[in-house]
Write a protein of this length. Structure first.
Length: 67
């Protein structure tokens, strides 16, 4: 049984909406909305993507280097 990307995306979107309906509402000052789209840098090399995720989580030895 093969599942298409569109079916997986629709299923993930439905799960996200269901979870969002049961969660308390987000505060008005919170600007970020739910998204199932991957980060734009996910097409880069594996090491680079891992390093970017570590920097975003402030768990990288590269974190002090903003360039």
């Amino acid at each position: 049984m093969r599942i298409t990307y569109q079916a997986l995306r629709a299923h993930a979107g439905n799960m996200l909406l269901q979870d969002g309906a049961t969660d308390p509402p987000t505060p008005p000052y919170y600007d970020y909305r739910h998204s199932i789209a991957p980060h734009p840098f996910m097409g880069l090399a594996k090491f680079v993507v891992g390093t970017i995720h570590q920097m975003r989580a402030a768990k990288s030895y590269f974190a002090p280097q903003t360039s």
